[in-house]
Design a protein around this ligand. Structure first.
Ligand code: HAM
Length: 416
């Protein structure tokens, strides 16, 4: 038997209603906030991601699906959307006409990670990007949009962690202070963190390794390094969120796994998820456009893992009842009646009804059993007698009441 690729999951027909429900929520809430859907190709030139996410990040270093195509060009299956949207916005001069671009997206992404609960190699993200505004209200708007989606999906309890990485100067000062602090302890750091101390010291902060956590006791905190610009921006984001009634906590160790962030960073966490407790995150990225060859354009955005959102609904037993039952079952008395059943079904569907009939040529008894199981409201019975007369029996499955009607009368009765 050929199996699917490890970490890639089928979305089977019996769970598709939940996915469609989630997609509907993404579209509805994003539209209410004035965001338009954005779709980019599933693959990009590798440099789109390597130049933006950061050469020293886990994503670029270890997790990208990268291959040479037949012309020898290095191609990568997208591990995230932000860089692809920036590439497209520059290529299509999307900011030339309108200085603000507000977009959302939903689709598959690819990272070569070790699969476990809530961690896949092909997973889906819903996200949004607000491109063009340097102001804290756009950071807050993105968090409010995310909150709107989470709540509309039916997730009641989650944590929002907030931090600021400040502007470039703040980060440079803090980086030096952190290196100075950790240098004396570098022997006790995990192997990964020893490497990061050289290449990407802020990432040591979000290591889950107990040795690293111990070494970080008493480490300098970025919030103590903020200049006026960075502090005012952060205070303003916090103030808007508080006024909007959004609960959050400040986590000065929150740095996130992508290098393009500055100022506000945030993450959504749920206890229902276990080890992979983060189900979404984002932040501001003011230098990504220039890194990818465009002019300086400030932007902010987030993405949420759709599998993780659905897992929270499942774990907290909050999956909504999404079952839609057929309304009418056409029961046929013999094979001779099948054509008439198909023609009648088509007319009823044109009137807007959800109509099914038997495709196994089974007995009427078996068909009624099916109709009951499906919970239909009406059965239309077409027997050979009815066929000869051009009239059908309509049975109300709730009351058991049955009456004979011509095809046209039946269609007008079901004219919605
Ligand atoms: P990220 O934190 O790398 O951010 O991913 C966002 C979310 O995608 C994660 O919180 C998680 O729920 C989900 N996710 C990531 N990897 C996996 C995986 N292997 N399996 C299942 N779910 C996963 C970004 O991607 C940024 N582009 C977010 C952003 C948008 N920042 C600014 N704009």
């Amino acid at each position: 038997m050929i199996q699917a690729i490890r970490g890639a999951k089928d979305i089977l027909p019996d769970s598709i209603a939940l996915w469609q429900f989630a997609e509907k929520v993404f579209r509805k809430i994003s539209t209410k906030y004035g965001y338009s859907e954005f779709r980019t190709p599933i693959f990009e030139k590798t440099e789109v991601f390597s130049r933006s996410i950061g050469e020293q990040t886990d994503i670029v270093n270890k997790e990208m699906y990268t291959f040479n195509d037949r012309a020898g060009e290095s191609i990568t299956l997208r591990p995230e959307m932000t860089a692809a949207i920036v590439r497209s916005a520059i290529q299509n001069s999307l900011l030339a006409q309108n200085p603000l671009l507000k977009v959302w997206y939903f689709g598959p992404f690819f990272r070569y990670e070790r699969p476990q609960k809530g961690r896949l190699r092909q997973f889906h993200q819903f996200g949004s990007e607000c491109i063009g505004s340097p102001y804290p209200e756009s950071d807050a708007e993105n968090i409010l949009l995310a909150d709107g989606v989470i709540k509309s999906l039916g997730i009641g309890s989650y944590k929002l962690l907030l931090n600021t990485l400040g502007n470039d100067a703040v980060r440079a000062n803090y980086r030096n202070a952190l290196i100075d602090f950790l240098k004396s302890k570098s022997e006790s750091l995990s192997g990964d963190s020893q490497i990061r101390l050289e290449s990407n010291p802020l990432r040591v902060l979000d290591s889950k390794d107990p040795a690293d956590k111990a070494a970080l006791e008493g480490a300098p905190v970025i919030l103590d390094f903020l200049d006026d610009e960075s502090r005012i921006h952060f205070d303003s984001v916090k103030s808007i969120l508080s006024s909007a009634g959004i609960e959050f906590s400040i986590d000065p160790k929150l740095v996130r796994g992508l290098d393009y962030y500055c100022h506000t960073v945030f993450e959504f966490q749920s206890d229902a998820l276990g080890a992979q407790d983060s189900f979404g995150g984002g932040g501001r990225y003011n230098t990504l456009f220039s890194q990818l060859g465009g002019k300086d354009v400030p932007a902010v955005g987030f993405a949420m893992g759709v599998e993780r959102l659905l897992l929270i609904l499942e774990e907290t037993k909050c999956i909504p009842d999404l079952q839609v039952n057929p309304e009418i079952f056409i029961v046929t008395g013999s094979d001779k009646c099948i054509e008439a059943a198909i023609v009648l079904s088509r007319r009823l569907r044109k009137n807007g009804y959800y109509v099914v009939s038997d495709l196994h040529r089974r007995s009427m008894k078996a068909q009624f059993r099916d109709a009951n199981k499906l919970g239909v409201k009406y059965c239309v019975i077409i027997g050979e007698d009815e066929l000869a007369k051009g009239a059908y029996q309509l049975k109300n499955m709730n009351t058991g009441e049955q009456k004979e009607l011509s095809a046209d009368d039946l269609i007008s009765l079901f004219a919605k």
